[in-house]
Design a protein around this ligand. Structure first.
Ligand code: S3P
Length: 449
């Protein structure tokens, strides 16, 4: 479900130094996948550190609707009693995936090769997002889809009774497309193959292998080919969800731009398919260090320490890095406003079809806050103001997008005048403790109704 309720306007004003330790919640991508693969295994999967954000809760509800038993045992501690590959039951009602593109797309894939019918919907943001990128490859398995014009939700998927495995090259680098195909391939006989020209986040491949599926990965240039052998018996797992680098981005970036700050964000996954922002910040001259680098659950993990960095310089962000930091461009553009010189972000067309058009949302809000921004269809560039600082002092529309809301609140912590967002509600989709965590570090928020 969407956050529902009335809009919750919130303001953030210039903050004193941010200091301390920020324990960010579990990774959203991994949390969705743990619930879905748990539902497709036979027996009980145990999960700790699950993100209890609305997006993930909605995926848990969807799994219940398809016949799995999803139980909360305590904070972040959940179990899923799965029904086995091909064992999904037909849901009795419409599946509401709320704000979550990942949720709806992965679940569509997971049910598309089972002979059942399901209808999906979501909030106004999700109903505006393209689904043909998922239904087109799913049709190769024999699934049918009927939705609104432009391939929008609400949409009904009729799962294939005799699925045929697919061999598909993704037209855009997207872990959601790749994952939907792999999940559909689970219940097709033979080999399902997905090829991507640029490597997107690989949590699905890693987790499928952990559940006992046969997954081969071949590197091809900057991309990879993933080959899944269908109809495996997935074995239930015990999954410790790592902390989310995309959530860590907010306290890290806030510390870099708020004078006097020194913040540590422990235990952050640095899987190379996710860590592009941190490399980029270091290229800009950020005082960002990795401490206690280690491995946890097969993933590289470190404690991130971010200190106020008044000497950051604008850079050209390598387009090849886009997939590994696709959700981080909004907050990067805020940091860029405080750096000296121009930061160009190219090859980022996908930002136009996220929870909102993120290039337009950031360009509009940054300009209102006194920053010069140029944009084209697949790029935008921020003219950093360096020691001049950012005026701020404006109200922006979050457009039902959690990352837009958080980005402008962070801007408000370092700008001359406070920044307001019209609705902080969507933040609960990915980072329900954002306000509490940032306040503990020293940020100050005010209701701005
Ligand atoms: C996600 C993939 C990304 C990202 C989203 C989460 C995932 O989308 O933007 O927030 O968990 O697979 P695309 O893969 O479509 O770029």
């Amino acid at each position: 479900m969407s956050h529902g309720g009335p809009a919750r306007p919130l303001a953030a004003r210039k903050s004193g130094p941010l200091t301390g330790v920020a324990d960010v919640p579990g990774d959203k991508s991994v949390s969705h996948r743990a619930l879905i693969l748990g539902a497709l295994a036979v027996g009980e999967t145990k999960i700790t550190g699950l993100l209890e954000g609305q997006d993930v809760i909605d995926t848990g509800r969807a799994m219940t609707a398809f016949g799995a038993e999803v139980v909360r045992h305590g904070e972040g501690a959940w179990s899923v009693h799965g029904v086995g590959t091909g064992g999904f039951a037909e849901p009795a009602d419409v599946i509401d995936c709320g704000n979550s593109g990942t949720g709806v797309r992965l679940v569509m894939g997971a049910m598309a090769t089972t002979p059942i019918t399901a209808t999906f919907t979501g909030d106004a943001s999700l109903r505006a997002r393209p689904m043909a990128r998922i239904t087109e490859p799913l049709s190769m398995f024999g699934a049918r889809a009927v939705g609104r014009s432009g391939g929008r939700l609400p949409m009904t998927i009729v799962g294939a009774a005799d699925p045929i495995p697919a061999d598909y090259a993704t037209p855009v680098p997207s872990a959601q497309i790749k994952s939907a195909i792999l999940l559909a391939g689970l219940n097709a006989p033979g080999q399902t193959v997905v090829t991507e020209a640029e490597t997107s986040r690989d949590h699905t491949e890693r987790m499928l292998a952990g559940f006992g599926a046969s997954v081969e990965v071949e590197e091809i240039g900057a991309g990879r080919r993933v080959i899944l052998t269908g109809q495996p018996d997935l074995r239930p797992q015990t999954i410790a969800v790592p902390r989310d680098p995309s959530s860590a981005a907010f306290p890290v970036c806030a510390a870099l731009i708020v004078p006097g700050s020194d913040v540590t964000v422990p235990g952050i996954g640095l899987n190379p398919t996710r860590a592009g922002l941190f490399e980029t910040l270091r290229d800009m001259g950020a005082d960002l260090t990795y401490e206690n680098a280690r491995e946890e659950g097969g993933e590289p993990v470190a404690d991130l320490r971010a200190r106020f960095s008044p000497d950051m310089k604008g850079i050209d962000v390598p387009p090849a890095r886009a997939a590994s930091m696709i959700d981080e461009y909004p907050i990067l553009s805020v940091v860029a406003a405080f750096a000296e010189g121009r930061t160009e972000m190219r090859g980022v067309k996908e930002l136009r079809v996220k929870e909102c058009d993120r290039i337009d949302a950031m360009a509009t809000g940054l300009r209102d806050a006194g920053v010069t921004v140029e944009e084209g269809e697949d790029w935008f560039a921020v003219e950093g103001r360096g020691p001049e600082g950012v005026p701020g002092g404006t109200k922006v529309t979050a457009r039902l997008d959690h990352r837009i809301a958080m980005s402008f609140l962070i801007l408000g912590m370092a700008a001359e005048e406070a920044m307001m967002v019209d609705d902080a509600g969507p933040i609960s989709t990915s980072f329900p403790i954002f306000e509490e965590l940032m306040s503990r570090l020293g940020a100050s928020f005010e209701d701005a109704a």
